[in-house]
Design a protein around this ligand. Structure first.
Ligand SMILES: C[S@@+](CC[C@H](N)C(=O)[O-])C[C@H]1O[C@@H](n2cnc3c(N)ncnc32)[C@H](O)[C@@H]1O
Length: 265
């Protein structure tokens, strides 16, 4: 992805922060229990979250009682996040691109980013995260992928809608089984700032109605960045398929991966 594409696409989330908040699923609770244990979090820990969105990962972390500073690019996402986290005085949300953000002098015990680290400039993300961690502190990166499973027939048939209305879709695309997605610490390793990475994987399914499935599609940057006529035709094709062939209900299978490592230098 070019720098320009990254900057255009990463700005799409804030175009409808309320929709993002209502439509995007969060992450399995077990992930936060594992993260707390692997990072050695206590109520005294200082956590920096990069790209908090409307607080999908911030809330379960805030419930652990640690002090959280979240840096979020979009003022609208930050407004919704502040509202969602209004009961947690231990959370502060700052609006800035992480690349330009001035960190406080006191280092952090954990830097965490959920479905957001890939939006940060690749020349900066690992080095700046390491710079603001204490020695031995943890960098944790969370991603969810859509994997094979769920309503399998729907995800085969829906490819036809993408091939008709989304010019970027590779022909014949099929979902990857979770087992084929391997653990990857190459960026951690290349940065030369972290020890060996640890991995945790969580597979789960989310049920959607036609409306909630179209809503979640509208939180994805590739959908939002389609020309309007294509986007409308794509959503109508997909909605018709769910209504007609699946009685208005589909299930989507996710693999959430947690990758973390401790700072060495
Ligand atoms: C896909 S959303 C993930 C939001 C949330 N963490 C979640 O798990 O659903 C990516 C978020 O990263 C934010 N973001 C993108 N680039 C950023 C940057 N350079 N600095 C800070 N936040 C950024 C976006 O505004 C958006 O809220």
């Amino acid at each position: 992805m070019t720098d320009t594409d990254r900057e255009l696409l990463r700005a799409t989330f804030g175009q409808d922060a309320e929709l993002y908040d209502q439509a995007r699923p969060g992450y399995p609770n077990q992930l936060f229990a594992d993260l707390a244990q692997l990072a050695g979090l206590t109520p005294q820990s200082r956590v920096l979250e990069i790209g908090c969105g409307t607080g999908q990962a911030t809330r379960p972390l805030a419930q652990l009682g640690c002090t959280i500073v979240a840096v979020e690019l979009s003022p609208d996402m930050a407004t919704v996040a502040r509202h969602n986290l209004r009961d947690f005085p231990n959370v502060t949300i700052e609006v800035s691109p992480f690349e330009d953000w001035t960190p406080p002098a006191l280092p952090f015990d954990l830097v965490v980013s959920a479905t957001a680290f890939h939006w940060i400039d690749p020349d900066i993300r690992f080095q700046k995260a390491a710079d603001i961690l204490r020695p031995g502190g943890t960098l944790a990166v969370i991603y969810s992928d859509h994997v094979a499973g769920g309503t399998e027939r729907f995800f085969i048939d829906v490819q036809d809608c993408y091939e008709r209305f989304d010019p970027k879709t590779p022909p014949g695309l099929r979902l990857t089984p979770a087992a084929d997605l391997t653990d990857d610490s190459s960026e951690f390793d290349r940065s030369q700032r972290f020890g060996p990475a640890q991995f945790r994987r969580y597979e789960w399914e989310q049920a959607y109605t036609t409306r909630s499935y179209l809503d979640v599609l509208m939180t994805y940057s590739p959908t939002r960045s389609l020309p309007e006529a294509n986007r409308k035709a794509l959503l109508s094709c997909i909605g018709g398929l769910i209504d007609r062939d699946h009685n208005g209900q589909v299930s989507k299978r996710y693999l959430t991966q947690l990758t973390l490592a401790h700072k060495t230098t």
